[in-house]
Design a protein around this ligand. Structure first.
Ligand code: MN
Length: 362
């Protein structure tokens, strides 16, 4: 039986056990609402892993990160066993959607090898998910060098392997996802209604503004601006106008987008837009087609802005494991100065809906 069918047939009853994780064998549900007697059950979506064959691709991020973090490639990223589960349990994270730590095959110069290795990574992840279907889901790893093949692989991952969507690590060979060649991909994303998590990656060039400032090259600055610009390319190219059912997910509290919605709408009217047109204001598409996660941002100020700008339906908890501390991220969302209704949506409810995870009550 395919995993998706298994999930359909799951018995969805709240368990009184230590975890609320979904169990397709028995009885449980993913991410319960908070109550005085039970901790806040959470679902997390930007949780990374590596396989030994991908450590070489991961080294491409070395200029962006500290030497201590490089060691994750050979260690914690490759653990999909009890240690990872222990961290989840300790912090009441019921379910995580796993993804390759970038850039993966998007950095592969041999397109045939990229396709082969992407399939290998997805098959590996599927096998791990099958060992713990109540705790692990997956985002497909795709060779964006070939958009039609990426669409086919996404479909295979969703339909045959039971994955929830895909994660894409920025540009591929200097090409961004708004280009015409990717229409075949977006068409399939919309048809499958499988969200695409756009994760930071480096551009192919090294803009002069970062020269002499290695601290800005990566998570402090360049990744957010690169990813925000990539997402805006999709908005202004009309990708979401053409594919209203396509959904993008951005990490890191929306990669600065929520803060700037008003200005996007205001300056779009007076900018040098060439022949570009949009039927609606840019913010309309951002709020309709983009959801964000709290990965790597534990700030009440940022969360309030995100909830108000994007809507409470569009913000989801995440950690960015192992690059961020699970305990810190979990305590943040458990104690954030937001309403309990908002907290339940952010912790698990929105993820259940957007990723089509089994619901507690059917
Ligand atoms: Mn990440």
């Amino acid at each position: 039986m395919k995993r998706r069918d298994l999930l359909k047939h799951a018995t969805l009853v709240v368990a009184g056990a230590a975890t609320n994780a979904l169990s397709i064998e028995g009885e449980a549900s993913i991410g319960d609402e908070p109550s005085q007697s039970r901790p806040l059950g959470k679902i997390a979506l930007e949780e990374h892993f590596l396989i030994p064959e991908f450590v070489g691709y991961f080294t491409e991020t070395y200029p962006n990160i500290s030497p201590a973090i490089r060691e994750f490639g050979a260690g914690v990223l490759q653990d999909l066993g009890d240690k990872r589960i222990e961290v989840m349990d300790k912090n009441h994270i019921d379910y995580v959607v796993l993804s390759i730590a970038g850039p993966g095959v998007q950095f592969e110069k041999d397109a045939a090898a990229a396709k082969r290795n992407a399939k290998m990574a997805n098959d590996f992840l599927a096998a791990e998910i099958n060992k713990r279907p109540a705790r692990y889901g997956g985002f497909a790893h795709l060779a964006m060098q070939d958009p039609a093949e990426a669409a086919n692989e996404l479909e295979r991952c969703v339909h045959e392997l039971g994955f929830q969507g895909a994660m894409i690590n920025g540009q591929t060979n200097g090409e961004y996802l708004d280009l015409d060649k990717y229409s075949v991909f977006w068409e399939r994303v919309a048809a499958l209604q499988a969200p695409v998590y756009l994760h930071p990656g480096n551009p192919v060039d090294n803009p002069a503004v970062y020269a002499g400032h290695s601290e800005l090259w990566g998570p402090v600055c360049s990744w957010a601006f690169e990813t925000a610009a990539h997402a805006l390319r999709l908005v202004f190219a009309g990708v979401f106008e053409r594919y209203p059912k396509a959904r993008l997910i951005l990490g890191h509290m929306g990669e600065t987008l929520p803060l700037n919605l008003w200005r996007f709408d205001s300056r779009w009217l007076v900018c040098n837009r060439g022949s570009r047109t949009l039927e609606q204001a840019p913010s309309f598409y951002i709020k309709r087609n983009i959801a964000i996660t709290t990965s790597g941002v534990c700030s009440d100020i940022s969360l309030r802005c995100a909830l108000d700008a994007m809507g409470a339906e569009n913000v989801m908890f995440s950690v960015d494991y192992p690059f961020e501390k699970t305990e810190l991220a979990s305590q943040f969302i458990e104690q954030a100065r937001i309403s309990e209704v908002e907290r339940a949506k952010v912790a698990a409810g929105n993820a259940r809906r957007i990723l089509k995870l089994p619901l507690k009550n059917g």
